[in-house]
Design a protein around this ligand. Structure first.
Ligand SMILES: Nc1nc2c(c(=O)[nH]1)N(C=O)[C@@H](CNc1ccc(C(=O)N[C@@H](CCC(=O)O)C(=O)O)cc1)CN2
Ligand SMILES: Nc1ncnc2c1ncn2[C@@H]1O[C@H](COP(=O)(O)OP(=O)(O)OP(=O)(O)O)[C@@H](O)[C@H]1O
Length: 183
C-alpha cells in the first residue's frame, strides 16, 4: 500500500474514535508495553508527547516518570533534539507539540529504548510517519530498542517501504504484540 493512501485512510478512521475508545486503547497498549522485558530493563526511554490524534502517552508518562528517565524529542530545523522530560518545563513548539525547554540536550547514544509514534505499521516493522522524515533520521542514528505503538487499525497489510525507512523492532497495538527482531 502507498504511504499517502495509508495516511488518508488512517486519518479518516481516527475521526470515528470516541474519548472512551482512545482512553481504553492507550490503557491496553501501554499495559502491554510495561510488561515487556524491553521496557522493564530500560531506564532511559525516549517517549513522544502525544497530539490529540495520536495514541495518548500522557497517562503512561505520568505513571512511570518517577521510576524511569523519560526523554522527549524537540524539533530543531530538520532534526530532532532529545531532552529530559520535565512536566513543569514543557512549552508549545513546532507543530503544536509540547516539547522540553532548555539546553541540556542528550546524545541519541544515551537512549536505551524509543517509543515511536506513527501513522501506521506493518507486521515487518515498516512504518509510515507524518512524511517529514524526522523519525527516519533519528532512528537511523540509534541502536536503541525501537517499539512502535498504535491503534489496531493502524496495523496495515503491507507498506511500500523506501531505502531510508528504518524498521521498528516491536509493534504493539491493543490486540497485537509483534516481535520483529529479538533483543
Ligand atoms: N507527538 C509527536 N511528537 C513528535 C512527532 C510526532 O509524530 N508526534 N514527530 C514525528 O515526526 C516529530 C515532529 N514532527 C511532526 C511533523 C508533522 C506534524 C504535523 O502535524 N503535520 C501535519 C501537517 C501540519 C503542518 O505542516 O503544519 C499533518 O500531519 O497533518 C507533526 C509533527 C517530533 N515530535
Ligand atoms: N536518513 C535520512 N536522511 C535524509 N533524509 C531522509 C532520511 N530519511 C528520510 N528522509 C527524507 O524525509 C522525507 C520523508 O520521508 P518519509 O515519507 O518516509 O517520512 P515518514 O517516515 O513518513 O516521516 P517521519 O520519519 O517524520 O515519521 C523524504 O523526502 C526522505 O527523503
Amino acid at each position: 500500500m502507498k504511504k499517502d493512501d495509508i495516511r488518508r485512510s488512517v486519518k479518516a478512521r481516527k475521526t470515528l474514535l470516541s474519548d472512551d475508545d482512545k482512553f481504553s486503547a492507550a490503557e491496553k497498549v501501554f499495559g502491554l508495553l510495561e510488561q515487556t522485558a524491553d521496557f522493564l530493563l530500560a531506564d532511559r526511554i525516549l517517549m513522544y508527547h502525544s497530539l490529540p490524534d495520536e495514541l495518548s502517552t500522557h497517562e503512561f508518562i505520568r505513571k512511570w516518570c518517577g521510576r524511569k528517565h523519560f526523554y522527549l524529542p524537540r524539533v530543531n530545523g530538520v532534526n530532532l533534539e532529545i531532552l529530559p522530560y520535565d512536566e513543569s518545563r514543557l512549552a508549545l513548539g513546532s507543530f503544536h507539540i509540547e516539547e522540553p525547554t532548555g539546553n541540556d540536550m542528550s546524545a541519541i547514544d544515551d537512549i536505551e529504548m524509543i517509543v515511536v509514534p506513527a501513522v501506521a505499521y506493518d507486521r515487518s516493522g515498516n512504518r509510515v510517519g507524518r512524511g517529514k522524515g524526522y523519525y527516519d533520521r533519528l532512528l537511523a542514528d540509534s541502536r536503541a530498542r525501537k517499539v512502535g505503538v498504535a491503534y489496531d487499525f493502524q496495523l496495515v497489510d503491507e507498506i511500500d517501504s523506501e531505502p531510508h525507512d528504518v524498521r521498528v523492532d516491536v509493534v504493539i497495538t491493543e490486540s497485537n504484540h509483534i516481535i520483529i527482531r529479538k533483543r
